[in-house]
Design a binder for this molecule. Sequence first.
Ligand code: PMP
Ligand code: GLU
Length: 399
Amino acid sequence: MQSISPRVRALAVSQTLAMSQKSAELKAQGADVINLSVGEPDFNTPRHIKDAAIKAIEDNFSFYSPVPGYMSLRKAISDKLSRENRLSFAPEQIVVGNGAKHALCNVIMATVAPGDEVIIPTPAWVSYMEMVKLAEGTVVEIPTGLESDFKLSAEQLENAITPRTRAILLCSPSNPTGSVYSREELQAIVDVLARHEQVLVIADEIYEHIIYTGGDFVSLGSFAEIADRTVIINGVSKAYAMTGWRIGYCAAPVEIAKAVSKLQGQYTSGASSIAQKAAEAAYTGPQDCVEEMRKAFQRRRDLVVRLAREIPGLKVNEPQGAFYLLPEVSAFIGLSTPAGKKIENSGDLAMYLLEEALVATVDGNAFAAPGYIRLSYATSDENLTEAFRRISDALGKLK
Ligand code: PMP
Ligand code: GLU
């Protein structure tokens, strides 16, 4: 038996990826599973982006890329941040990594010291808490629920900040809740943060384009009070249907960008040269594909909210962004399956739905949201309609 380091032993397995893997295995065995577990666009990468990657191969972009990314890509990102988000980041402040996940982990590893507190409003994406643990920081969760549309209030934030607070991690539009903070709600949070200069603000804006508010997306980096200590995390996975290409970035104060680059130089080197050229085409090329996909997600959002609300006992908000639904399922906890097994928690319920309804979801516990399950609706209308029919049947059998 090999001994594994305490650092990695303490880490939880990524439940989004684990559930997706489990559903793929069941499918391979012939089971007709509908996978609503992992969150990734079901669209193919747009043609002009694929063409740019093919050209990059032909043009021999086959050598190591600079650690923080090609200058041409960092310029394209700098222009994008200025054009779309009215943010001013020089290319030197941008470090491209292997996906937004890697970019975020880089920033946490570069800024969080052992014992530093990192505030995470929950429900929150699975990897946030684990990344902070990896850096030996202390996670300070601020729980929110359906009643506040899962949004953190200024008062909750003020109460959570201590002299040890090093950073806050905010995600809007949110995975897993779909909530989107309005400009006014962000301003209230910024007013609190403005009083606590030691707090680094990490804004995960990977879902910025998948938004149904009818208004413009507001970046946390656009508030002058905190702009010089805000780090933006973003990437091409969600907006351009490029999850497998693995390109994301951080835009940060220059000392943090340098530290991230140093870390990345020892840890992974520059991201894939071909994928970087594809990402450059995504940022500089036509943007209609982004709007087309957004529209499809909005139609599906309407569909799943309607279907979920038809099921007695499921409680849902109306998500304003991303492509997740987080139903509250406490009405089913304590009931028994037809086989006589008691549903003790939301994890049991997710497992029951997988086995009985052949629908893969994720237990809310993975997102620090016990009593909820998460569904990704980034799949076809037919799949969604059939999945909800099965979920309704299976829940109806609980006694
Ligand atoms: N942040 C959030 C909130 C996400 O849902 C994801 C999706 N996996 C990521 C970051 C990371 O995206 P990627 O690594 O594919 O760029
Ligand atoms: N962000 C997606 C999800 O939450 C992808 C899986 C992952 O990286 O966790 O399902």
